[in-house]
Design a binder for this molecule. Structure first.
Ligand code: S0N
Length: 303
């Protein structure tokens, strides 16, 4: 394995990641069952310590309905719980007979008149994708969006909320809300402004222009783009580089970067990481032990 962490990127293998479908997942020795997914696929790679969650509705450019979002949430929880997974990819399964896309946003055929999306699987219309955005932010593992084709509307927001975005050179980015009668006043607006600046964010939303991969890179919307034929191998390099690094340090960096933007919820995420680490210390364990042994704690002796 490559040992250089700086300037050694080119030394990392570009062999595409070998995915295994739905292997048994263990978390703390408990077996987790893998649900059967319809709108997405879920794979992991034990060699590259990575999970891949992919939209699988190419006929509608991977537009999401409530079921799609619910399945991604389940898959994201599986990947978060799985100790063998250090990095999570959010991608799409493109087929050559359809226009390539990462995600064309909310499925307009199931947009109801009653305040959300209703595909028959919800008790009431919902804007479930907002819950997914929060789950992605709270996930302590790095999430890499792999964009190959259109990333539009709510799909565009999902790649922005991911920690890193790697795209193909045929990708197209944009918001259509004001043209389609919708908007995202949460991360879709505030996080976008953090990424590309207030003036550019207003342009993206007010004009509903589309941007190619080169423009998106220049704006700071994405981290990198590559020729489509190279995308898989390049993504493998990014993943291999990320999983070389300390998972705890990455989780704390992600929490810190979120805290700046997420107010009390962000501080809670950061605080949660601190508490988790404190629980591993002798000092913290002394408090528990003293309680269980019905004696006064001797914290200083454990420093
Ligand atoms: C991406 C575009 C420009 C591609 O054009 P192209 O190449 O001409 O392909 P099409 O022929 O248009 O598309 C191929 C097939 O895919 C269907 N399709 C595409 N997008 C959708 C979609 N979003 N919903 C349903 N179907 C879609 C086409 O209809 C076509 O099917 P057939 O072959 O049967 O005709 C072009 O496709 C385009 O402009 N798509 C629409 C992009 C868009 O506007 N998306 C919606 C944006 N809005 C949101 O995402 C809403 C988000 C939201 O509501 C929200 C807001 C705040 C908080 C929460 C939410 C939430 O979603 O919950």
């Amino acid at each position: 394995p490559p040992t250089k962490h700086r300037d050694g990127f080119e030394l990392i293998s570009r062999q595409p990641i070998q995915w295994q479908s739905a292997p048994t997942v263990t978390a703390s020795n408990n077996q987790l069952s893998i649900p059967s997914f319809h709108d997405i696929t879920y794979h992991i790679s034990l060699d590259d310590q990575c999970a891949r969650i992919a939209f699988d509705r190419p006929e509608v450019l991977h537009a999401f309905r409530p079921q799609t979002i619910r399945e991604i949430q389940q898959a994201l929880e599986l990947a978060t719980e799985d100790g063998r997974v250090g990095c999570i990819i959010l991608a799409s399964n493109n087929l050559s007979k359809y226009t390539p896309a990462f995600c064309a946003g909310g499925d307009q055929t199931v947009r109801s008149n009653d305040g959300g999306y209703q595909d028959g699987t919800e008790t009431a219309p919902k804007l479930r994708v907002l819950d997914l955005q929060v789950q992605m932010r709270r996930c302590p593992k790095p999430i890499i969006a792999v964009v190959d084709g259109y990333a539009i509307g709510g799909g565009h927001i999902l790649h922005m909320v991911a920690d890193i975005t790697i795209a193909s050179d045929r990708s197209v980015f944009g918001q259509t809300g004001p043209r389609m009668g919708s908007f995202d006043a949460g991360y879709g607006s505030t996080h976008m402004a953090r990424l590309i600046g207030q003036k550019r964010a207003r342009e993206v939303w007010f004009l509903c222009n589309f941007y190619d991969a080169k423009e998106a890179k220049e704006m700071g919307l994405i981290n990198a783009y590559y020729p489509t034929s190279e995308l898989e191998g390049r993504v493998a390099q990014w993943v291999r580089r990320v999983i070389m690094n300390s998972p705890t340090a990455i989780a704390c960096c992600k929490a810190a970067l979120n805290a700046d933007e997420d107010g009390g919820a962000g501080i809670m995420q950061m605080g949660g990481e601190l508490t988790r680490m404190f629980y591993m210390s002798k000092e913290s364990q002394e408090g528990r032990d003293a309680f269980l042994q019905k004696r006064a704690p001797q914290f200083r002796s454990k420093l």
